[in-house]
Design a protein. Structure first.
Length: 643
């Protein structure tokens, strides 16, 4: 039998623990054995589902989810239908309703979603805050006239009166406090933000603008992209733009000793509704990486009078922790008649030219969402663009045909189905870092590093990455990092992996990723540093700072970290590389999905190498990682209650 990973063992232990608590609580409240066992089995299933990223489970799914949950009491029989589950759970005396969750450990809504109380509370709080933010600002004809003039100078409407959705998104953000913009890489989200900021800062020069992203890499890329796209602005206006971006954790202020691990669900923050953030506009990039807990805490910490612009890609992987907040918010880009009329006036368009796309599902948050569907980086008929679109469409035959087509410089398929990565796959991974190896060897022959040389070294490392679907196993992050460390360390030394004998983990050029927040060191989960000797010859790990300076941290002082020649697709969100090698496992895994493939593919600007067997690849394209949640239901409940 194949041993389970520590993460799976922990998830099973937590699920068993919750089940035991629920069984005991139900018995203490006088529930029957059958009702107590139903609550225990449902709690176990719910805990495991949350480990997979779901916020809730459906009653209709419980018969299948609890099929392997043997009752402790021989006389107990688990329900076989959704209606029977509803009756049994209410009989357990542990379940509250959406209208009256009370202090019950479980909450069951009218549609049949079962939650842990904490998850339901977070979802309901987030819904309240979103509806508060989504309320339109009062109409101001004079301000609208000035805004229309500024929009006209910053955007060039397409010929023929067609709608420019970048211009419309900026206009929408000027008349509302909440704007959600979904689009893939290269669809113009950052350009839109630059022009929006120009409009707002021209009208209100003292507007306090904060740029943020869930990871340090995404924050740095947002700030850099903003600077690059601001060249067309008047110099005086350009000077008002923010020059740096921060992570969500830094923004909220993780309290020392409460940094949490990879997820942020239990982190303690300085800023909340009682101590709001000092800002007038929050622009959050890569918002699809926000889990339910972090999204709730962030939005509650934003002052009610501030604007919020959420940027992301609804088709990307959802957060590592439970929830798919951005995908839920982005599902419906519908615009009402009044909103279309006002947008038409601001953008100088006929109202009938503004035709939002059909929603993926009806939502309760209208007049706040815009989809960007035109890609300026690569056309849909380019290799990467076509592969991404076919993957999202779930068309496995088309994906395989595109990868097999000869003559593409953008795509390469390594038909590698072995238990371990094939020699050709490892060679491609090693070759991908050739520019970084050359940069390390050149720097080793030069003087002590300075800011320019470290920036160049980080840039060389950032051109390529190996992306894995899994952490464990011979085709996962841990094993691939070990192999590549031997190969690339030897290459830097001019040796071979077999003759280069030093097995110490630290060496000049080793790239590491921080895995745990350390506010004292100003290091946060996802930050990437490069090991290199300082002026005194002692090895340091160099991290780019938000202020453009470089910080050197001794290896012994680093929080939890790992080598990062390879990283999971999840960890790669918010990053882009010139080229990626996407390595899938030898057998199908529940983590494989079209969303994972799409996310990995679209990390590349110029070239994608995909190492996988045909059957595993086709299965991943056909699978979808949709998560169970009820944020839209909570929004509708609050609207119907007049809240």
């Amino acid at each position: 039998m194949t041993p389970q990973s520590p993460a799976i063992d922990m998830a099973q232990a937590l699920a068993r623990g919750l089940a035991a608590h629920l069984r005991r609580w139900a018995a203490e409240r006088g529930a029957t054995v059958e009702a107590s066992e139903a609550a225990a089995a449902a709690g176990r299933a719910l805990s495991l589902a949350m480990g997979d990223g779901h916020v809730c489970v459906w009653l209709a799914d419980l018969p299948a989810l609890t099929a392997d949950a043997a009752a402790v009491e021989a006389a107990a029989t688990l329900p076989a239908t959704a209606d029977a589950w509803r009756t049994a759970l209410h009989a357990s005396r542990l379940v509250g309703s959406a209208a009256a969750p009370d202090n019950q450990p479980l909450v069951l809504d009218d549609d049949g979603r079962l939650y842990l109380h904490r998850s339901f509370d977070l979802e309901q709080r987030l819904a309240h805050r979103l509806l508060q933010a989504a309320a339109p600002l009062p109409a101001d004809p004079a301000a609208d006239a000035l805004a229309a003039a500024r929009l006209a100078t910053l955007f060039q409407p397409p010929a023929g009166g067609d709608a420019d959705w970048q211009m419309l998104a900026a206009a929408l953000a000027m008349q509302r406090r909440l704007t959600v913009v979904s689009g893939g890489p290269g669809t113009g989200k950052t350009t839109t933000v630059v022009n929006l900021l120009a409009c707002l800062l021209a009208a209100e020069p003292r507007t306090r603008v904060v740029l943020a992203a869930p990871t340090g890499k995404a924050a740095a890329r947002l700030a850099e992209a903003l600077r690059d796209r601001a060249a067309h602005l008047d110099p005086a206006l350009r000077e008002r733009l923010p020059t740096s971006a921060t992570t969500v954790h830094r923004l909220l202020g993780v309290r020392p000793g409460h940094g949490g691990a990879a997820g942020a669900g239990e982190a303690a923050f300085r800023h909340d509704a009682a101590n709001p953030l000092p800002l007038d506009l929050l622009v959050l990039d890569e918002a699809s990486m926000l889990d339910l807990a972090l999204a709730t805490r962030l939005l509650e910490a934003v002052p009610p009078t501030a604007r919020v612009v959420l940027l992301g890609d609804k088709d990307q992987l959802a957060a590592v922790e439970a929830g798919a907040v951005f995908a839920e918010l982005s599902a419906d880009p519908s615009l009402g008649t009044a909103t279309i009329g006002r947008l038409a006036a601001l953008c100088g368009l006929p109202a009938d030219a503004i035709r939002p796309p059909a929603p993926t599902q009806p939502g309760a948050l209208h007049d706040s969402v815009v989809w960007f569907q035109r890609n300026y980086r690569f056309a849909r008929d380019s290799g990467i663009g076509r592969l991404a679109a076919e993957t999202l469409g779930g068309d496995s035959a088309a994906v395989l045909a595109t990868l097999r087509a000869p003559g593409s410089d953008e795509l390469a398929w390594l038909a590698d189905a072995g238990a371990r990565p094939a020699a050709a796959t490892l060679a491609a991974a090693t070759d991908g870092y050739a520019a970084y190896v050359d940069a390390c060897r050149a720097l080793a022959a030069a003087a002590a590093p300075d800011a320019a040389s470290m920036a160049a070294l980080h840039a060389a490392f950032g051109r390529f990455r190996v992306l894995c679907a899994l952490r464990g196993g011979p085709r996962g992050v841990e094993a691939v990092n070990e192999v590549l460390s031997r190969r690339l360390r030897a290459a830097m030394a001019g040796a071979t992996p077999d003759t280069q004998g030093d097995r110490q983990p630290w060496f000049a050029g080793r790239p590491v990723m921080v895995l745990r927040n350390d506010p004292g060191l100003r290091l946060f989960n996802g930050d990437i540093g490069l090991a290199w000797p300082g002026a005194d010859g002692a090895l340091q790990v160099w991290f780019p700072g938000a202020d453009g300076h470089w910080r050197a941290v001794p290896p012994a002082r680093l929080p939890a970290h790992e080598t990062t020649w390879a990283m999971t697709v999840h960890k790669s969100q918010g990053s882009e590389f010139d080229a990626v090698l996407l390595l899938l496992p030898a057998q199908h895994s529940r983590v494989l999905s079209r969303e994972l493939l799409y996310t990995g593919i679209t990390r590349a600007r110029r070239r994608v190498l995909l190492a996988a067997g045909a059957d595993v690849l086709a299965g991943a394209v056909r699978a979808s990682s949709q998560r169970h949640a009820g944020l839209q239901a909570r929004l509708r409940d609050i609207q119907q209650a007049g809240g």
